[in-house]
Write a protein that binds this ligand. Structure first.
Ligand code: SF4
Ligand code: MG
Length: 336
C-alpha cells in the first residue's frame, strides 16, 4: 500500500523546571493512503503531542522536536520552516479536536465559517463558497442544511457542531485528517454517528485518518492499523486484526480486557490496569511498563526492549517475544 505519512524516531521534548522532558520517545508510524491509523493509550501517554508534533504545532508551547523525521508525500515536515508549513497545515492535513465549540467562532454563522475555509483554500467567490458550504453541511449529515447554514454555533447541538467542524476540515480537501478524541465530549449515540460519518467520508473521499482515542472499542470499529502508546512510546503496533486477534504487549492485553463485552465473564466489572503512567521525566529503568506489568522479569528492569517484529506488520516492545521475533527473522532469512 502507498504510504502518505511516514514518521521515524520522532522525539519531542518540553523544557520544564525539571529540565528537558521527552513527551514522545522515538515514535515511528506509517499512515497509508485511504486508511485509518488509530493511536490508542491512556490520557497522558503522548498521543496528542504526537499529532501536534506531526502538524509542527508543538513549537509554540515550549516544546521542540529533538530527533526524527515526518515524511509527508516525500517532504520532511520536521525540517521545514514554520512559514513553509502554511500550505500543508489546514490544507493537505486538517485537524479536528475534542471540543467542537472551541473550534467554532460564536459570532459567525456556521455557513460563513465553512465558506471562509472554502475561499481560503479554493479561491471561490462568495456565492460559490456559500453554495458549497451548504453542500458540505449536507454531506456531513446535517438536515435542512440551507437553514442550518444561517445559524450560529450556539443554535446547534454538540453533535451538529462537530459535524460542522468536520465540514470545515473537509473544505480544504485534505489528504490526511487528524482527529484527536473527536467524540469524547459527545454523548454515546452521537459518538457512534460521528464515527460512522468519519468512516463514510474515508470511503467516499479516500481521506487518510489519524484517529486518536483512549477507547479500544472505537479503534476496533475504525482502524485499519493500530499503534498503542504508553508513556511516550509506541509499545505495540500492527493491523487491526493482528492487535485484536493476536495482541502481544501486556499493556495492550490490559487495554483489551478493559473493553466492555470482551473477556465477558467479569460480572460487569471491568479490568483496569493496576498503577498509573509514570511521570515522563521520571521513567523507570528498562521497560517503561515494568512497574505495572504482571510478567516483568529481571531483564525488564534493566534493559529497554526495542521494536521486535513478530508478524508482517506487527511490532512489539516486550522481552517476552524475543524468541518469537528471532524465529520470525530466521524464517524470513531462509525464504530469501
Ligand atoms: Fe512486561 Fe517485561 Fe514485556 Fe515490559 S518487557 S511489557 S516488563 S514482560
Ligand atoms: Mg490528548
Amino acid at each position: 500500500a502507498e504510504k502518505l505519512l511516514e514518521v521515524r524516531n520522532l522525539t519531542t521534548g518540553f523544557l520544564t523546571d525539571k529540565g528537558l522532558v521527552k513527551a514522545t520517545d522515538r515514535i515511528s508510524l506509517n499512515i497509508e493512503k485511504g486508511k485509518t491509523l488509530c493511536l490508542v493509550g491512556e490520557s497522558g501517554s503522548g498521543k496528542s503531542v504526537t499529532s501536534l508534533s506531526i502538524m509542527r504545532l508543538i513549537d509554540y508551547a515550549n516544546g521542540m522536536i529533538l530527533e526524527g523525521s515526518i515524511n509527508f508525500k516525500g517532504e520532511d515536515l520536521a525540517a521545514k520552516k514554520q512559514e513553509e508549513l502554511k500550505d500543508i497545515r489546514g490544507n493537505k492535513i486538517s485537524m479536528i479536536f475534542q471540543d467542537p465549540m472551541s473550534a467554532l467562532n460564536p459570532v459567525f454563522t456556521v455557513g460563513d465559517q465553512i465558506a471562509e475555509s472554502l475561499s481560503l483554500h479554493q479561491n471561490k467567490n462568495k456565492k460559490e463558497a456559500w453554495d458549497e458550504a451548504v453542500e458540505l453541511l449536507r454531506m456531513v449529515g446535517i438536515p435542512s442544511p440551507e437553514i442550518r447554514a444561517k445559524q450560529y454555533p450556539n443554535q446547534l447541538s454538540g453533535g451538529m457542531c462537530q459535524r460542522v467542524v468536520i465540514a470545515i476540515a473537509l473544505a480544504a480537501k485534505p489528504e490526511l485528517l487528524i482527529a484527536d478524541e473527536p467524540t469524547t465530549a459527545l454523548d454515546v449515540t452521537v459518538q457512534a454517528q460521528i464515527l460512522e460519518l468519519l468512516q463514510d467520508l474515508k470511503e467516499k473521499l479516500g481521506t487518510s485518518i489519524l484517529l486518536i482515542t483512549h477507547d479500544m472499542g472505537v479503534a476496533a470499529e475504525m482502524a485499519d492499523h493500530i499503534a498503542v502508546m504508553y508513556a511516550g512510546a509506541i509499545v505495540e503496533q500492527g493491523t487491526v486484526e493482528e492487535i485484536f486477534t493476536n495482541p502481544s504487549h501486556p499493556y495492550t492485553t490490559g487495554l483489551l480486557q478493559s473493553i466492555p463485552g470482551i473477556e465477558g465473564d467479569r460480572g460487569g466489572e471491568l479490568y483496569t490496569i493496576k498503577g498509573t503512567i509514570p511521570a515522563l521525566g521520571n521513567l523507570p529503568k528498562g521497560c517503561r511498563f515494568n512497574p505495572r506489568c504482571p510478567h516483568a522479569m529481571d531483564k525488564c528492569r534493566q534493559v529497554e526492549p526495542g521494536d521486535l517484529q513478530i508478524g508482517s506488520e506487527h511490532f512489539t516492545k516486550c522481552w517476552l517475544y524475543e524468541d518469537q521475533a528471532k524465529a520470525a527473522a530466521h524464517g524470513k532469512g531462509e525464504n530469501t
